[in-house]
Design a protein around this ligand. Sequence first.
Ligand code: ADP
Ligand code: SF4
Length: 703
Amino acid sequence: MSRHPRYDILFEPVPIGPVVARNRFYQVPHCNGMGYRDATAVAVMRGIKAEGGWSVVCTEQTEIHHSSDINPFIELRIWDDRDIPMLAGMVDRIHEHDALAGIELAYNGLNGPNHYGREVPMAPTAMPVASFSYDPVQAKEMSLQDIRDVRRWHRAAALRARRAGFDLIYVYAGHALGFFHHFLSRRYNHRSDEYGGSLENRARLLKEIITDTKEAVGDTAAVPCRISLDELMGPDGLEKNEVLDVIGMMAELPDLWDVCLAGWENDSQTSRFGPEGAQEPYFATVKNLTTRPVVGVGRYTSPDRMVSLVKSGKLDFIGCARPSIADPYLPKKIEEGRIEDIRECIGCNICVSGDFLMSPMRCTQNPSMSEEWRRGWHPERIRGRGCDEPVLIVGAGPCGLEAAQMLGKRGYNVTVAEAGKEAGGRVTRESRLPGLSAWRRVVDYRMQQIHKLPEVELHFASELTAADVLELDFRRVALATGSRWRRDGVGRHWTSAVPGASETPILTPDDIMAGARPPGSRIAIWDDDHYYMGGVLAELLISEGCEVVFITPAPEVSSWTRHTMEQHLIQKKLIEMGVAIYPNLALSKVAADVLEAKCVFTGQRQVFEVDSTLLVTSRKANDELAAGLHALHDSWADAGLESVTLIGDSVAPATIAHAVFAGRKFAEELDAADVPNDVVAFRREITELVDREGGNYSSPGTP
Ligand code: ADP
Ligand code: SF4
């Protein structure tokens, strides 16, 4: 198949300074929780993006100097020549597929507390570091010599990047994550010399560095500038008009403008709070200021939308981070006329949590993300089947659907039995909750694939018992039967039932999702789950007219969503809707019309008069079918049954990303040789040890 001619415009080559991108699909820099620690894994991941058709593939932010590290976050480093081979390996993998490799050089300045290097952070003005936690570290004000030093370091890093083979060498003034941004912004720059005060002065350093970088590498590499158009703080921060003036001042200086919002949480909003294209009002007029190409982002997955952005003169390149994570093959699928195969990002920011947790990034939609090298998984390809035995999968939630589609792609005949009338399990239920409709894409993509696979049969309204499974004559069975929310309040705070829970009518999230509503109008939500569910249900119930009291032992609502960068938005929304939030309070007793709680610090007691209680604590695996089958183990041989494997939430409930990953893992490992579980299950890279005399460090004091 080939693409529809209306998408031709997306496949036009576009020059960027001295290099040419072969199409308009541009993977903008994005972090991934792997960085320098997982050198080969991150290089292979970037290579697969290039293979999938992105004409520009960029690194994450790459620290240019040891005096500015962003530890504990794990990004890349180009501190000295010893970092070049690792980066060159990534470039080679990108070049293999005819794509351009971009590197985002970064000097973190005020953002880098320097926990690792212990150098004193430097900033335009002396103040506490602006890191993600309240680090007890302050930055010193840069002297003119410090500014000259950083200019020299940036130039040296650019030359090293060129030696590594990069085609685009960035000057990064985006996301408030770096010192060019800090110089631009009045809230960080209180200087009175030529680098402070007027906008022209505040932009001086950015201009100087772009010029330095162009002089150093500009004959062979493009020099893009990534800049934040707005900090969304009104006059307290950088505002659009001011940044547009900066762009106007140096319109033709960089070879490309890569425009975003600051901070990162505004640029990468979840779908719960920001629609596709949320940045459009900010970048819409940038192209009026410059003849240089412009790349912008907006979680774009719709090719028609991409075409209209180019045709209306708003963008030259469609920038993607998350859509390229969810589907590294997005450009290729458009090129091959396979739009329906696009695995659309759902905007959940589970990928972001990888960076915040310093773990290889995971993706709800793309379970192969970060597993390309270490497990050998590919986002599109999977090896053929190892035998002809058909497989029975019980349950069509995210785990069962992923297992079914991947086994079908391997050529296995798969039967899926689902108790309900529709596919998707928890995803279908949860996507009906406020703000979560985009999550439905997890089901839509998999159902779309399954419909194209004659190997996969899906049966609804087919609740199976253990006896049914035996009767069906399958040798191999996977149980993806999911989980249900607990009614007894067991969670993190209460590891056994909450006092009074067994004698009191209690609501659970499953009840609410199934349509049950609290009697009376006053409801208390005890949230000891701490991810999105408690907050979403508070939003739902208050919007339906309930008075909602939200009690949590954490200091804030939906605390884990800090890792998906939406906690502040959830709390704001609930406050604005009128939810009464009681943090640092632990439920101590429930009864029909009254609920008792205690301060987690002092134990001071508080009583709430309520009509009902909704417990959002933890889930219990639906493993009854597995237990039933094990009870009938003696009959397995007669029924031809050999193996029963629990997968996904039915083993231990976790995120949707986890369930999809478990489905893929089952499909990958079905006929793999049995590897004893005391052997490491994936590849990893071990630090090469220096000899006992040690390292390359020399200082004036070293003999
Ligand atoms: P996961 O996240 O692990 O995929 P879900 O709870 O989303 O789990 O999905 C589990 C699915 O399994 C649900 O759609 C549920 O209806 C189905 N299911 C559970 N038990 C049975 C059973 N005995 N027979 C058939 N389907 C079942
Ligand atoms: Fe999109 Fe979620 Fe995947 Fe991130 S984890 S790329 S937000 S689907």
